[in-house]
Design a protein around this ligand. Structure first.
Ligand code: SF4
Length: 336
């Protein structure tokens, strides 16, 4: 069986991540948060990235635009961004100045805590103006504010009011919607949404998901949607990649992930989701806790929690294999 990268056609990708490794220096040792991850994002799709908290999905998404916390570093790997005009940008080779121009204009990111994304002493309109000023030499204030108004209307906010507000004058849902509008001001080709709904109540969460679906439907914007909440991805994603302890363990279209999951970890995640109509007995939480990421198990990192563990699993890390129909799984059960 051929490996995923040997088989995949690269023609329709907007983002190609290859063998990315991100580490953190901690007092107890080196933590490898992203462990040799390769992943493609296709133009126009919503790719969901799922996994338990701390599995490395947020670190991965920030590393794509080289925005790693000060005690972290990108050890190795490549990230290529393919623009609409066909030109390819090697993100890891950009200078700091080129990178500053690249972010927001090509890839923008919406963080989980909208609060920390806004400067508390700046009105919302100044955030829009500042973002554009940062990337363009000549800025027509009226033009920027008119575009900002349109974007705020798209996220169902009243621009006449919101543009004048400070972040502390808005609810969590308003802030998150304003941040989504701000992330679109420079017409990026890819938006990374890092847990954009998890800090919100269920009604606001549903509202923002609907709004994102509408934006995607109308504009065809490519989205990388990161969440620990698989049911959220059932609502919006075209494909889902599942991450465990810094490794991608399964990738498939949303239907296959929910109805034909192959990796025991994906199966475990799905079995632990409560259902409104199902009985409590039908919920089967994953056994044991996540191993210490500073000292992960050898071989398959999931082997300490896997009910199908074999001898080979304890020694050899399984490669990501294509089972057909772009269903990729990293598990020795399928490595025949
Ligand atoms: Fe379980 Fe082995 Fe598959 Fe890992 S490789 S998920 S331990 S069966």
């Amino acid at each position: 069986m051929k490996s995923y990268l040997e088989e995949k056609s690269k023609s329709e990708t907007i983002l190609e991540v290859r063998n990315l490794i991100v580490e953190f220096k901690l007092p107890r040792g080196i933590l490898r948060a992203v462990d040799d991850v390769s992943l493609d994002v296709y133009r126009g799709e919503v790719l969901g990235l799922a996994g338990e908290s701390g599995c490395g999905k947020s670190v991965f998404s920030r590393a794509i635009i080289r925005q790693v916390d000060p005690n972290g570093y990108i050890r190795s790997g490549k990230v290529f961004f393919r623009r609409k005009d066909g030109s390819i940008i090697d993100i890891m080779s950009l200078s700091e100045e080129e990178l500053r121009n690249f972010r927001w204009k090509n890839i923008s990111i919406v963080f989980q805590g909208a609060i920390s994304s806004f400067n508390p002493v700046m009105r919302i309109k100044e955030h829009f103006l500042d973002t554009v000023l940062d990337h363009e030499e000549k800025v027509d204030r009226e033009e920027v504010l008119s575009k900002a108004s349109g974007l705020l209307k798209n996220v169902l906010l009243d621009p006449n009011r919101v543009l004048r507000l400070f972040q502390h004058e808005m609810s969590g849902g308003m802030k998150q919607r304003s941040l989504i509008a701000l992330s679109l001001i420079l017409d990026p080709e890819l938006v990374i949404l890092d847990e954009p709904t998890s800090a919100l109540d269920v009604l606001t969460q549903a509202y923002i998901l609907d709004m994102l679906k509408d934006i995607h439907k109308e504009t065809g914007l490519t989205m990388l949607f990161i969440t620990h909440d698989l049911p959220v991805l059932a609502e919006i994603a075209d494909r889902i990649a599942v991450m465990y302890l810094g490794k991608i363990v399964e990738i498939a279209d949303v239907w296959k992930i929910f109805y034909e999951p192959k990796h025991p970890y994906t199966q475990g995640l799905l079995n632990s989701i409560p259902s409104v109509t199902g009985s409590l007995e039908s919920i089967r939480p994953l056994s044991k806790g996540v191993p210490d990421p500073l000292n992960p198990p050898p071989g398959c990192k999931f082997h300490t929690r896997c009910q199908y563990v074999m001898e080979i699993c304890k020694k050899v890390a399984p490669p990501l294999l294509n089972l057909g129909g772009e269903h990729l799984v990293a598990c020795h059960l399928y490595n025949k």
